[in-house]
Design a protein around this ligand. Structure first.
Ligand code: MCA
Ligand code: AMP
Length: 508
């Protein structure tokens, strides 16, 4: 008989034989491997008791906690589809996801219960639960009597495991559909490539509503049977306390910039560290170099997307080559990456082109968007990443990829993606605004910062601070421009298209 392709079953194969060992350590309490099995089992029993059709979505917008991770694992075990939502999203943003994904269940923080319940009624989401950072809430109450023994549902490799929303150039978010196989194959490849072992201790400080923290980091430790030190977020003070007992850390570049900004961070802090991994946004060479100088460690940079999970990585094993600043390394085993011109023809080494990918990790399409899905895949089955890059060049080995930019109009701020169009639409609808252009400018902390250039209507008296305060009511804070500049008109080319490059140059 074939094994169960359910991602939880795959991950659980890596759990240590002695289930009493600590799997997750938090400042408040520890969770053993047995606790993971029993708590995710109880939640899975509860979800199964709702008698939902297979493939029903479970939307989750809660603060990071071990119980939130249990809820993710329970959703997998029950054969349902996990839909994580950034905790920064406001009601108007969450409404879109509930309307589009039609989840059967939404779990939220108790402080958001009133507006989430209203949305659930409006969008027809039948089950609403609360889960707070300390593990309490109506979900905990409901699971109290549930059976901790749960036989993980048998899944096929192609069954949907999660939907991750990723914004589109049109400003409308698309749900990337990831299967059990997409996630499991990537976790298995990384387990080997990054040399995970049960002796590792992962310092987990990333949010768990995106690929980086939820899949790459958590799956890595779970599949290796390695302990996680689980912190709610990046807090340099706490990082300094826990790094000396850790062997692996993952972060977006801002994490490394912030660690370096603290003079106490250095070799001693990293004395037990084996591996620092960076991704989600470009790591500046100066950060890479300063880190090496200060700690003796070479950050490993890798590249991925919500639609594909991890695609390329610098080597972990020194025998396989050097980790090179500014590059994202080689395609992972089993993953194919090609760089092509606009006609789809391969370009020579060192030449910039469009990055396209293929492999068992690549998603099957966007939720209920067959047209959009067709557009994003080539006729011969390659996914168009929207990133621009080149292989080799400049003394870099020919099989190392460098990402040089994006053909999509995307800003990455502190590892979060911001689509200018979405922000422009909200600004343009504000009273007194004629039009706007939203751009990313270099920022020492966030890598890129969101800035808006606004053309007021004639006679309008706009106030930047008031506009920012108003934008915070409907948009997640990380999307809200850090600064607004007023101009009489936007720079355009002869075709009438706004020249964002010129604006970026002017306001950097
Ligand atoms: C918070 N703020 C931000 C950001 N985060 N503004 C812009 N960009 C951000 N990323 C807002 C806050 O709401 C606050 O606004 C103000 O900025 C200052 O907040 P601060 O205290 O500095 O923020 P923080 O809580 O320390 O968070 C910064 C952070 C966090 C630690 C860098 O954003 C973070 O953990 N980012 C990681 C994102 C991530 O995991 N990305 C992976 C995506 P106000 O003062 O107005 O309230 S997965 C992915 O991209 C792919 C697949 C991949 O390859 O991994
Ligand atoms: P997301 O939509 O959150 O999945 O973000 C994926 C995008 O993040 C990719 O298409 C890249 O543009 C960017 N990205 C991820 N990792 C890196 C990296 N190491 N260097 C440059 N860009 C990256």
């Amino acid at each position: 008989m074939e094994g169960n392709a359910n991602l939880y079953a795959v991950l659980a194969e890596g759990f240590p034989a002695d289930r009493r060992q600590v799997a997750i350590e938090t400042p408040e309490r520890n969770y053993s491997w047995q606790d993971i099995d029993a708590l995710s089992g109880k939640l899975a029993s509860l979800l199964q008791g709702l008698s939902l059709p297979a493939g029903s979505r479970v939307a989750v917008q809660v603060q990071k906690s071990p119980m939130a991770l249990m809820l993710y694992l329970a959703t997998l075990r029950a054969g349902l589809v996990y839909l994580p939502l950034n905790t920064a999203y406001k009601a108007a943003e969450v409404e879109y996801f509930l309307t589009d994904a039609e989840p059967a269940v939404i779990v939220c923080d108790s402080q958001n219960l009133s507006w989430v319940s209203e949305l659930a009624t409006k969008t027809g989401t039948p089950h609403v639960y609360t889960l707070d950072a300390n593990g309490t809430g109506s979900l905990a109450d409901a699971m109290a009597a549930a059976d901790p023994v749960f036989e993980t549902v048998s899944s096929r490799p192609d069954d949907l495991a999660a939907i991750l929303y990723t914004s589109g150039t049109t400003g409308r978010s698309k749900g990337a559909m990831l299967s059990h196989e997409n996630l499991a194959s990537n976790a298995q490849v990384l387990n080997d490539y990054w040399g995970w072992s049960s002796n590792d201790v992962l310092l987990h400080m990333l949010p768990i509503f995106h690929v980086h923290g939820l899949f790459v980091a958590s799956h890595g430790a779970l599949l290796a049977g390695a302990k996680m030190i689980w912190l709610p977020k990046l807090d340099v003070e706490q990082a300094l306390e826990h790094l000396p007992r850790s062997t692996v850390m993952m972060g977006v570049p801002t994490y490394y910039v912030r660690l370096l900004a603290d003079p106490r961070f250095g070799r001693e802090t990293c004395r037990n560290m084996r591996l620092f991994i960076s991704g989600s946004a470009p790591l500046l060479s100066e950060t890479f170099n300063e880190f090496k100088e200060r700690t003796g460690h070479t950050i490993l940079e890798r590249y991925g997307m919500s639609e594909t999970i991890m695609l390329t990585s610098n080597p972990c094993d020194p025998a396989m080559g050097e980790r090179l600043a500014g590059t994202v390394g080689r395609p992972l085993p089993g993953v194919s990456v090609r760089v092509v011109d606009d006609e789809g023809k391969g370009v020579p080494t060192g030449t910039i082109g469009n990055v396209q990918v293929r492999g068992p990790n690549v998603f099957s399409g966007y939720w209920r968007m067959p047209e959009k899905t067709r557009e994003e895949f080539t006729a011969d089955g390659w996914f168009r990443t929207g990133d621009l890059g080149h292989f080799g060049g400049d003394g870099v080995p020919d099989d190392y990829l460098t990402i040089v930019g994006r053909s999509k109009d995307l800003i990455i701020s502190g590892g979060y993606n911001v689509y200018p169009k979405e922000i422009e639409e909200v600004i343009d609808a504000m009273p007194g605004v004629n039009e706007s252009a939203v751009i990313g400018v270099p920022d020492p902390d966030f890598g890129e910062a969101v800035v808006a250039v606004v053309v007021p209507r004639e006679g309008a008296d706009l106030d930047a601070d008031a506009m920012i305060a108003s934008l915070k009511e409907s948009l997640a804070n990380f999307k809200v421009p850090k600064r607004i500049h007023f101009v009489p008109e936007l720079i355009r080319n002869t075709m009438g298209k706004v020249q964002k490059n010129a604006l970026r140059e002017q306001y950097k």
